[in-house]
Write a new protein. Structure first.
Length: 176
């Protein structure tokens, strides 16, 4: 959305007023797409932090989890940042293992969504349960469980990629 892009650009300009290489002031350059140092010539463009968000499936059920310390009282899909040198698919497997202790396979792309908090790009996936029992990361996950269409807890809004993953699965649009 235009609002999200504006937030990201304002945050980026605020955080890059000085050159990361030599410390001098920067100025808007390249038709507003870069901040350039007038002293050393270094240019900095907005950066995105790629994240994965995954709906784990087990037959007709989805794994949904409640994040620890969240004010919003809903269950959602799992998400996390992609680490340097890691593929998005490997990040899905690692994040699920780290957050809830289970193994997944058949990782497949769904869609993406820009997320302005700040500068994230959410890459949505589905993955199939492959084994293991829940071992929740105590600093990240409050509760987790398998849910079908008839016993869903409160979930994120449909405008969010998490809501879209959940709704697409229960509407048969998940590409199994």
């Amino acid at each position: 959305s235009a609002y999200g892009r504006a937030l990201q650009m304002l945050s980026w300009r605020r955080d890059h007023r000085h050159c990361g290489r030599c410390g001098q002031r920067t100025a808007v350059a390249d038709s507003g797409r870069a901040m350039a140092c007038q002293d050393c010539g270094f240019s900095c463009y907005p950066r995105l932090s790629p994240c994965v968000i995954v709906a784990v499936t087990r037959g007709d059920r989805l794994l949904l989890a409640a994040a620890k310390g969240r004010r919003a009282a809903f269950y959602s899909t799992l998400a996390g940042f992609i680490e340097p040198g890691e593929s998005a698919e490997a990040a899905v497997v690692r994040e699920v293992r780290e957050e809830v202790g289970i193994e997944v396979g058949n990782v497949r792309y769904f869609q993406s969504q820009p997320w302005p908090f700040p500068g994230q790009l959410m890459l949505g996936f589905y993955a199939d349960y492959a084994g293991g029992d829940f071992v929740l990361a105590p600093d990240e996950i409050e509760d987790a469980g398998w849910f079908d269409a008839h016993n869903l807890p409160p979930i994120p809004p449909a405008a969010s990629i998490s809501g879209q993953l959940i709704n697409a699965f229960f509407e048969g649009r998940a590409g199994r």
